[in-house]
Design a protein around this ligand. Structure first.
Ligand code: CTP
Length: 401
């Protein structure tokens, strides 16, 4: 949600300013471009050098900028127009009052007045200041201006008193901003479960049975669903992939049994489940406690069936929209339709190994989307990111129908 967004972070003088170092780290981790404006008093609480290092940008604090011996000015109008969103945290009672009344005696306030983007502010002050009618009046005015308040929480305050006035935690500030950004998106408010990657079934402490799934299709589905506003649980077998998206919770598992447990633990609360994992159908009956030594020319392993995760979700299904994958080499449509029915799915994504460029380890995929009413849609060969967009668009059109 925050990927590529230009974020202006205004920091004012309160002890909670030290927490903004974490806020900057989270914003950068989420892919945002961050510029920090610090008021004079804020620099007593948090170092400009720390913020410049974390934000990867010079920290701005006065109208005048001194650079390599030259004097110039920091253009607040340009800064205000640059930003996709502005966050003022911590916002002191003093700054809030100035914002509410149009005062403009520092770079932060001038930029605030110039900004056309959504503005969020996270107040931080002592409990009696927070309750004071003048502070409440500032909140009301700022609300009327269309600014978004991220309320303070209750707890121990810098004064030693207990009460309302602690700045919201950096994670909560990020959540408030991403919730706002995801409003109106097709999957906003929806929870999506995705299984991805292979599973590894242990033979002994050093060996396993696995497969060549890279996990790319599942990870692309997770990213696309998250960009469409969903909260995503991505249950992934062992892969070299990673995700850094505030809307994605990555749950790493190894075996089919672990994937089964993880998928079922989230299933009740979710709206859409997509099983993109290449789950091992069998696992060794016993796992040797020690590394198996080569003793003879042949070695037999007894394998037992793994639980079918998707089928078990189909049996538990209430209102969830359930989607499976089928990888077929012959009688593709018939086999896929059979799986859809047997596993009680709402739709199935068919990959044919007969299609060049589709399948394991490829950057592209070619799919046919089949729903439970036998509506069939065939797509061209595309990147897996574009395929993920097609699959989610098909799902969205059915859940919103
Ligand atoms: N699946 C699962 N748990 C398993 C096996 C498969 O959740 N133990 C899911 C996969 O994630 C995929 C679908 O079921 O969504 C694939 O169904 P499956 O019956 O395994 O089809 P194929 O893998 O194509 O294998 P086969 O044709 O041998 O049945």
């Amino acid at each position: 949600m925050l990927g590529g967004k230009k974020v202006l972070l205004g920091i004012t003088g309160g002890i909670a300013a030290y927490k903004t170092t974490f806020l900057v780290r989270l914003l950068i981790k989420a892919g945002a471009e961050v510029k920090v404006i610090l008021t004079d008093s804020a620099s007593s609480f948090v170092s400009p050098l720390t913020l410049a290092t974390l934000s990867k940008n010079p920290v701005l604090s006065s109208f005048i900028k001194e650079e390599s011996g030259e004097t110039d000015w920091n253009n607040h109008v340009e800064l205000g127009l640059w930003a996709d969103l502005m966050i003022i945290a911590p916002a002191t009672a003093n700054t809030l009052s100035k914002m509410a009344n149009g005062a403009c005696d520092n770079l932060l306030l001038a930029t605030y007045l110039s900004a056309k983007c959504p503005v969020f502010y996270a107040p931080a002050m002592d409990l009696d200041m927070y309750k004071h009618p003048s502070t409440k009046a500032s909140f009301e005015k700022l609300k009327a201006f269309g600014n978004h308040m991220i309320p303070a929480t209750s707890g121990e305050l810098a004064s030693g008193l207990h009460g309302e006035g602690r700045m919201a935690e950096p994670e909560d500030i990020i959540n408030a901003v991403t919730d706002f950004l995801s409003e109106g998106l097709p999957l906003s408010g929806k929870k999506v479960l995705i299984t991805a990657g292979p599973t590894y079934e242990a033979i002994d402490p050093v060996r396993f049975i696995g497969n060549h799934s890279s996990g790319t299709m599942g990870y692309e589905l997770a990213k696309t669903a998250a960009d469409l506003g969903a909260s995503v649980y991505l249950v992934s077998g062992p892969t070299s992939l990673n995700v850094a998206h505030t809307n994605i919770k990555l749950i790493r598992v190894v075996s089919a049994d672990e994937m089964y447990e993880a998928a079922h633990s989230y299933f009740e609360e979710i709206d859409i489940a997509i099983a993109a994992a290449a789950v091992a159908d069998y696992r060794p009956k016993t796992i040797a406690g020690q590394k198996i030594k080569k003793a003879s020319d042949t070695l037999s392993l007894d394998l037992v069936r793994n639980k079918d995760i998707l089928r078990s979700l189909g049996e538990r299904k209430q209102n969830q929209f359930l989607v499976g994958f089928a990888l077929e080499t012959e009688n593709e449509l018939e086999n896929a339709k059979g799986k859809l029915k047997r596993k009680n799915l709402d739709a199935i994504v068919l990959n044919s190994l007969n299609d060049l460029g589709a399948g394991f380890g490829k950057a592209t995929n070619k799919i046919t989307f089949i729903d439970k009413n036998s509506v069939i849609k065939t797509f061209e060969l595309k990147t897996k990111a574009a395929v993920a967009a097609d699959i989610l668009s098909e799902i969205c059109s059915r859940i919103h129908a």
